[in-house]
Design a protein around this ligand. Structure first.
Ligand code: 3BY
Ligand code: FES
Ligand code: FE
Length: 424
């Protein structure tokens, strides 16, 4: 009976994969995706398995777990994950799943522990994942070394933490090494999270990313952001004007003097980093463009660093300015639901009320996030309609969105071509 059930499930899974492959094969490049990619539960499950369980995901900051025993948790689809600081500053990540009967081990978002103790029957694990003791009598043949926590790959790069659930993750060292170089001036081990927000958007994660990859919508929607943000997304933006190029050249000379990197670097379509100027006369993403924090980040001497933008598909975009940084993490919850977490970072010695004012620090991105949430939710409502059909992206205004969708389609097509292992 159970064999029959598994066979039926395998057939269903295979049918979904074949349907997804055919839809991607038939899609028109330069157009939005066919509807099921934005709202179908089965394709969402495929996204989780083939994208989120295989790619390097931004998971937070090393400075959020500074001490031995500090941990934080997150979910990658159905997979609860724990990231913990162990001995000698080492950072470990595990499936947050007890090896006894599978209970979730740590149920809080963050904290500090001496050992990882399961709340159900008190199996106790070392911070490096080894099982130290099983609470009850497990018999003479039981060997604790067979029951360590299942590890997850984790890479700390320039103070940003990335996890990867694959057994053998793709080698992203060139990106991580470059990130370390770009983030060095910010001394990210010595930042603190001054504020954070976690909002739920009633939309598919791809609509959240698509919305972020263009500023075509900024004019009508983001008055606060446009007080300081250039409408050009990159230094090689096809729309860049002569005035913008002149401003870039002038700022790059200043950045050379500060010895901070700014060149646009891409790693395939997945990762990009570049430093772009803010509007002339402004230095930080605040409503009036003045710094939100008097104490600058790292070794920086001038607040006028523009914004170092770092993209990590599928789940993060970031802005590093001279006085503060804003990091973003996208966690899909369901086909129509996505969590967007934003953290505002300042120098760890900056004092609230003295060096920075919380309301001023977070105002622009709180407003922008809420505006983007509304745009994504309206996008989702329309995409769910029987009248929806893929629409054309603008090659000049939405090249970033085209890049994302092409990356997604290629990754998915590659994954679908791979031999499926039989159901376990
Ligand atoms: O994250 C950004 O820089 C902006 C917000 C709106 C569009 N995007 C390019
Ligand atoms: Fe964790 Fe029993 S499930 S100790
Ligand atoms: Fe936006």
């Amino acid at each position: 009976m159970s064999d029959l059930l598994e066979h039926a499930q395998d057939q269903q899974r295979q049918a979904v994969r074949e349907a997804a492959a055919r839809l991607l094969e038939a899609r028109s490049p330069g157009y939005t995706l066919p509807q099921p990619f934005y709202n179908d539960q089965r394709l969402f499950d495929l996204d989780m398995k083939e994208i989120f369980e295989r790619e390097w995901l931004f998971a937070g900051l090393g400075s959020e777990i500074p001490l031995k025993g500090n941990f934080m948790t997150m979910d990658v689809g159905n997979n609860p994950i724990i990231i913990v600081r162990g001995d000698n500053g080492a950072i470990h990540a595990f499936h947050n799943v007890c090896r006894h009967r599978g209970s979730r081990l740590c149920s809080t978002e963050r904290g500090k522990v001496a050992k990882l103790v399961c709340g159900y029957h008190k199996w106790t694990y070392e911070l490096d994942g080894r099982l130290l003791f099983a609470g009850s009598d497990m018999g003479t043949t039981f060997d604790t070394s067979d029951y360590g926590l299942h590890p997850v790959h984790v890479r700390s790069a320039g103070g940003m933490l990335f996890i990867n659930l694959a057994e053998q993750p793709e080698n992203c060292e060139p990106f991580f090494k470059t990130l370390e170089f770009y983030l060095k001036p910010y001394d990210m081990e010595n930042v603190k999270v001054a504020a954070s927000s976690s909002i739920i958007e009633e939309g598919n994660w791809k609509l959240v990313i698509e919305n972020n990859r263009e500023c075509y919508h900024c004019d009508g929607s983001h008055p606060e952001l446009l007080n300081t943000l250039q409408e050009f997304d990159d230094t090689d933006d096809p729309r860049a004007t002569e005035a913008y190029k002149a401003l870039v050249a002038k700022k790059q000379a200043d950045w050379d003097a500060e010895k901070v990197p700014y060149q646009l670097v891409r790693f395939g379509r997945r990762n990009r980093m570049t430093r772009t100027p803010l509007l002339e006369g402004t230095v930080s993403m605040t409503t009036d463009g003045t710094p939100a924090c008097k104490k600058l980040l790292g070794r920086l001497q001038s607040p006028d660093m523009g914004s170092l933008r770092i993209l990590n598909l599928p789940n993060s975009w970031n802005h590093f300015m001279g006085d503060h940084a804003v990091v973003f993490q996208v966690d899909p919850i369901g086909p129509l639901k996505t969590r967007v977490t934003t953290k505002w970072l300042v120098h760890k010695d900056a004092v609230e009320g003295v060096d920075y004012d919380l309301a001023k620090l977070r105002k622009v991105w709180d407003a922008t996030n809420d505006q983007d949430r509304q745009l994504v939710e309206e996008n989702q409502r329309g995409v769910n309609s029987s009248a929806y059909q893929p629409g054309p992206y603008s090659a000049t205004f939405e090249f970033g969105v085209v890049d994302f969708v092409d990356w997604y389609a290629e990754r998915m097509q590659e994954a679908l071509k791979e031999q499926q292992e039989p159901h376990l």
